[in-house]
Design a protein around this ligand. Structure first.
Ligand code: PLP
Length: 386
């Protein structure tokens, strides 16, 4: 994506939702959306609301919008238009796609997930394992929460069907070596099944370069509406038998996996979110987030422990911290009272919390490019006071 010169003030001016005292460090749970996304959603409902394929104006406009949304999704992921599909959210899509993929698998076939995964990329496999007698194993992490690739290698066998892993951890912020993991999966004859939900707001996704067979993300984590977005390699989407109703179209092939009527108004919002990110540019996102991440790490008071990578390298600026004496819930509540939105608990990343021995989870500070240095400074001061 071309570099676009911008500033944090110019970015924030595009979000009426940010014009309030609350400082949002809850991006990993869902980002705020720019006004253009809100306007696109409302605009669709005002001017084009209809179902598809009708011989009248609003239906034609809806047909056009749905096509545009798939084109935007394909551009966002560097996929082809027929390889992308929309759904309710990542979790729902993952249950559906994993089921379609597994129809011909047999008892004893194996799935490898990781301890960095959100449960949205573990439970679909556990439920399949329950139904079909598959074996699910979990790849370990080291003490700084890097994926243990030697352990991954040791788990791969000729029965491995899928290596399911996250591009980035929604709990501790680790960025995984995606191409290396997809390469290992392919060497073993397995599919590389990538959860890019947490990574998507932080950097560009290229499914070809990544070597992903399936990749899922959620536009509500990257400045868009509450939706899921999936990619599947065309040959796979063609070879699987989808769970679908008979009259719905089989082409483009990705559409086989979009059951029922899509949320057209949200697709309009999605197109606007992709346009917004193109305007801002990934260079700005990366540089700004890195600066704020460094500021946070440098200023974290000594009464807190950081879990995960202790530097800005190999991670996104999502930080799991615990206080020396107060529970994560207490810290998050006190921050909430002081005007900071943060999450506490496990955020469905149950395996990494267990691995770290964090029964009550942690406080998650999620920094995105719409945050400011002033917000981080105020957050650090509030953490010190608690
Ligand atoms: C890494 C990761 N994967 C999957 C999910 C589930 O996404 P969705 O809410 O779209 O089902 C989340 C949500 O927090 C997440 O952070």
């Amino acid at each position: 994506m071309a570099r676009v010169v911008t500033s944090i003030d110019a970015v924030r001016a595009r979000f009426r939702a940010l014009q309030r005292p609350l400082a949002f460090f809850d991006g990993p749970g869902g980002t705020q959306v720019p006004d253009s996304v809100i306007d696109a959603i409302a605009g669709y409902l005002r001017a084009a609301n209809a179902n598809l394929g009708g011989p009248f104006e609003t239906s034609r406009l809806s047909d056009e919008l749905v096509t545009n949304a798939h084109v935007a999704a394909a551009g966002f992921l560097n996929a082809t238009v027929d390889e992308v599909a929309f759904g309710a959210n990542m979790t729902t899509m993952n249950f559906a796609l994993s089921r379609a993929a597994a129809r011909s698998w047999r008892a004893g076939d194996e799935i490898v997930c990781t301890k960095l995964d959100h449960d949205g990329n573990i439970s679909p496999w556990l439920e399949l394992a329950h139904d079909k007698g598959l074996v699910v194993s979990l790849c370990e992490v080291d003490d700084e929460c890097h994926l243990d690739l030697d352990h991954l290698r040791s788990l791969l066998t000729e029965r491995t069907r899928v290596v399911a892993f996250p591009w980035a951890s929604n709990a501790v912020g680790t960025v995984t070596p995606v191409s290396e993991v997809t390469g290992l999966a392919h060497e073993a004859g397995a599919l590389a099944w990538v959860d890019a939900v947490h990574y998507a707001p932080h950097g560009p996704i290229d499914v070809q370069a990544a070597g992903a067979d399936v990749l899922l993300c959620s536009p509500y984590k990257f400045y868009g509406p509450h939706l899921g977005l999936g990619f599947g390699r065309r040959e796979l989407l063609e070879s699987w038998r989808p769970y679908k109703v008979r009259p719905s179209d089989d082409f483009p092939v990705g559409h086989r996996y979009e059951t029922g009527t899509l949320a057209h108004e949200l697709l309009a919002g999605f197109v606007a979110a992709v346009d917004y990110l193109r305007d801002v540019g990934w260079d700005f996102v990366a540089e700004h987030e890195r600066e704020l991440g460094r500021q946070f790490l440098d200023g974290l008071p000594a009464s807190y422990r950081l879990h995960g990578i202790p530097s800005s390298d190999g991670r996104v600026p999502t930080f799991a911290i615990t206080h020396e004496s107060r529970s994560p819930q207490e810290v998050a509540t006190r921050l909430g009272e002081r005007g900071f939105a943060v999450w506490h608990g496990n955020y469905y990343a149950v395996e990494i919390m267990e691995r770290l021995g964090l029964e009550d989870g942690a406080v998650r500070i999620g920094i995105v490019h719409t945050n400011t240095a002033d917000e981080v400074e105020r957050l650090l001061a509030a953490l010190a006071e608690i």
